[in-house]
Design a protein around this ligand. Structure first.
Ligand code: SF4
Ligand code: SF4
Length: 472
């Protein structure tokens, strides 16, 4: 029985409800009257439920799709302006005891190089990341209680936060590790993590079990209920995601929204972020072996609809996607992107020789952070290295209510400009700096409150003098 408030995976992600939803969407995909009503509702910027969203996804009327794109762009502009938050993944260890058939780290892959960073190596990686200009990391590690126990993850977080190289600092560590216990989530919370991210991979239970034939991750319910345990452990901000390509995208999309509805129903706060990875080529993994791949157009439509359906949730896209795809979806609602990512263990310090490949997936966008920052600014975006919210205690429902009232704009815009200024002063090439300085001057005018604008200007001058880390 479908029940968004239940704590049982099969009740809040209910298979029959998804099948009914898809049938309802098919029956109504040409019902322009209903589609117009749903679009009208979406304009209120309070989101859509999984049924309404699925009708829009099924609709293939070109004119209506254009309306969806225009609305997504408008919502993106209203909530996020032209700011794009930057981050980088940091792979700690690729030891893993799971059997995920789409990931090269699965335990049966005997030829991939297995690596685990020591604290000294983490330090070197973090310095390399700081020297690029990164301030926000997403920590990645395989599931392996012997090699990567929680103590190792906690120690690594402590190491990362402790490193201050030149003007560099990692100010927010998001964590993407396997589903765990309430107690361990509490430890992560106490270690000062930002968002806890866990991809569902697929919401389809039967497929999930085939794709995860063994290891702790094979337990669908334990994995699907992880966010509830994380929240019970005190983590306010959680990040959802599916790996598009594993199952029928329409099923995943409905499941994803049902998961968001469930978090809202039980905890009073939806997901902080949603990631939209697509399956990619990697060692031992051929993406064409999965027959649910989605083309770029469908991918763009999914991004636009996520923006419309959960307007307050950040949307993340990684370097799995090419520059061209990233450019398209930036406008449609993506709010965070990674730059200059290495998806191998220890990859920021050293290029790996071919025979020692430890990458999780092939990176499509291989540009440097400076190139990505410059490209974003040329597209009219403000690259932001802001990490202010969780450091100011703006998490969970407190964060969401500021988002919903629009007040967060008074923080995001000046924080984006001040952190961009730090980047320009400390790490940018001359060309990037020139473009960035002009952008900051122009964008100062878009700070809504006069008083905030004044303080921001003063802080920008102080950054010129070498002082760092201002935030609203
Ligand atoms: S997806 Fe995660 S759990 Fe699965 S094999 Fe890869 S690292 Fe391990
Ligand atoms: S102020 Fe908060 S919401 Fe805005 S960019 Fe910074 S961390 Fe994100």
């Amino acid at each position: 029985m479908y029940n968004p408030s239940s704590l049982k995976a099969e009740e809040f992600i209910n298979h029959e409800e998804i099948i009914d939803t898809l049938a309802y969407a098919d029956a109504n995909k040409d019902n322009l009257e209903l589609i117009d009503q749903i679009l009208e509702k979406a304009k209120e910027r309070k989101g859509l439920n999984h049924r309404e969203a699925s009708v829009l996804l099924a609709c293939d009327n070109k004119e209506k799709i254009e309306e969806m794109y225009a609305l997504a762009q408008q919502i993106k502009q209203d909530f996020y302006g032209n700011r794009i938050v930057m981050f980088a993944p940091l792979y700690l260890s690729n030891y893993c005891i799971n059997g995920c058939v789409y990931c090269p780290y699965h335990i049966s892959n005997r030829h991939i190089a297995r690596k685990k960073l020591t604290q000294e190596e983490i330090k070197r990686e973090v310095i390399a990341l700081q020297d690029m200009g990164h301030k926000r990391l997403a920590l990645e590690a395989g599931e392996d209680p012997k090699n990567n126990p929680i103590e190792y993850i906690l120690e690594s977080i402590k190491t990362i936060y402790s490193i201050k190289h030149k003007n560099g600092a990692i100010r927010r560590v998001n964590v993407n590790i396997a589903a765990t216990t309430v107690e361990e989530y509490r430890m992560l919370k106490d270690a000062g993590i930002g968002t806890y991210i866990l991809f569902q991979e697929t919401y389809h239970k039967e497929s999930y079990e085939k794709l995860h034939p063994y290891g702790p991750k094979s337990n669908y319910a334990y994995h699907t209920e992880a966010m509830d345990r994380a929240m019970e452990g005190g983590i306010d901000d959680v990040g959802l995601g599916v790996l598009f390509g594993l199952e029928m995208y329409r099923y995943e999309f409905a499941g994803l929204l049902m998961h968001a509805e469930h978090l809202e129903a039980v905890h009073g706060v939806g997901p902080h972020t949603i990631s939209v990875p697509r399956i990619k080529r990697a060692d031992d993994i051929d993406p064409t072996a999965f027959d649910n791949g989605i083309d770029d157009e469908t991918f763009a439509k999914i991004c636009a609809l996520i923006r419309i359906c959960v307007p307050y949730t950040g949307m993340i896209i990684s370097t799995r996607e090419s520059q061209a795809v990233r450019e398209k979806v930036l406008k449609l609602g993506v709010s965070q992107i990674s730059g200059a990512s290495r998806t191998s263990v220890g990859g920021y310090c050293e290029e790996e020789p071919e025979e020692e490949n430890s990458e999780q997936f092939d990176v499509s966008d291989k540009r440097t952070l400076d190139e990505v920052v410059k490209w974003l600014m040329e597209l009219g975006c403000i690259p932001s290295f802001c990490t202010a919210c969780y450091r100011e205690g703006r998490t969970g429902d407190r964060f969401m209510s500021l988002c919903k009232s629009g007040q967060i704009q008074n923080c995001c815009q000046p924080n984006a400009l001040m952190t961009l200024k730090e980047y320009l002063m400390d790490y940018a090439s001359e060309d990037t700096k020139k473009i960035g300085e002009a952008l900051i001057q122009a964008e100062l005018e878009n700070i809504p409150k006069e008083k905030v604008k004044e303080i921001c200007k003063e802080n920008l001058a102080k950054i010129e003098q070498g002082i760092r880390d201002f935030r609203f």
